[in-house]
Design a binder for this molecule. Structure first.
Ligand code: HEC
Length: 216
């Protein structure tokens, strides 16, 4: 029974080895006898205090915000007039949802500054269709969402995801375009369709006037 004898010798070997290893836990680098700190501000031989001050430049893992355009609406420190995300229909619809929820109470659904708060006696914000405000770069709108402006408080904590903020900015741009677009801004096929619809409505007989007459 040669094989059994070998394996029993192996067992002894393993047992001897593990005894050395287990002993190592207490003898080598003795963790169970390291100093314990009851108070985070106890004196420590390694750090000075048990809980050292964070380096002011420390960044939590996954929280590095290197992309200035995405996180601050800026390029080279200046407010930028570009988007760090792709502007597509899905983004605009999300922007509409967020704008209607967070911004319309003051700025109004179309952005004229005629939200319900003005009915309550608050000073209304300026219109997003004011040419001076319309001319401001996209980064300005992002910046106001993050930092607020005068009486408007910051929305950074309520809209924490930068993509959501950019979705709102994109929707404000869509609102601005919707109120200042000309026929020439439409793609050519839509221009033709629109012109045909106008011609059709002009050619149609006027709708019967229901306001006068006998029926009640
Ligand atoms: C409680 C009311 C209120 C809400 C809600 C609100 N705003 Fe404002 N906002 C204001 C007022 C008031 C001003 C004008 C501040 C000032 O005097 O400059 C303003 C100014 C702004 C401006 C600057 C316009 C300029 O002068 O260039 C932007 C951009 C803006 N708001 C975007 C937003 C967005 C986006 C939201 C939603 C996330 C929002 N606001 C939500 C009240 C509000």
């Amino acid at each position: 029974m040669n094989t059994i004898r070998i394996s029993s010798r192996m067992r002894w070997l393993l047992l001897a080895l593990s005894t050395v290893l287990v002993a190592g836990c207490t003898e080598i680098g003795n963790m169970q006898e390291q100093p314990k700190y009851a108070d985070p501000y106890d004196e420590s031989v390694v750090f000075g205090v048990a809980a050292p001050e964070l380096d002011p430049n420390a960044v939590p893992i996954g929280a590095l915000r290197e992309d200035q355009l995405l996180y601050a609406g800026r390029v080279d420190g200046e407010l930028a007039d570009e988007f760090p995300v792709e502007v597509n229909e899905a983004l605009l619809l999300e922007g509409q949802r967020l704008y209607n929820g967070f911004c319309s109470p003051c700025h109004g659904y179309v952005g004229y500054g005629d939200g319900v708060i003005s009915l309550e006696g608050f000073a209304p914000p300026a219109s997003f269709h004011d040419p001076v405000i319309r001319a401001k770069p996209a980064g300005h709108y992002y910046d106001v969402i993050v930092n607020g402006q005068l009486v408007m408080f910051s929305y950074a904590s309520r809209i924490p995801d930068p993509e959501d903020r950019w979705a709102i900015v994109a929707y404000i741009r869509a609102l601005q375009l919707s109120q200042s677009a000309t026929l020439q801004d439409l793609p050519e096929d839509l221009q033709a369709e629109f012109a045909a619809a106008v011609r059709a409505s002009e050619a149609a007989p006027p709708a019967e006037d229901m306001s006068s007459g006998t029926g009640r």
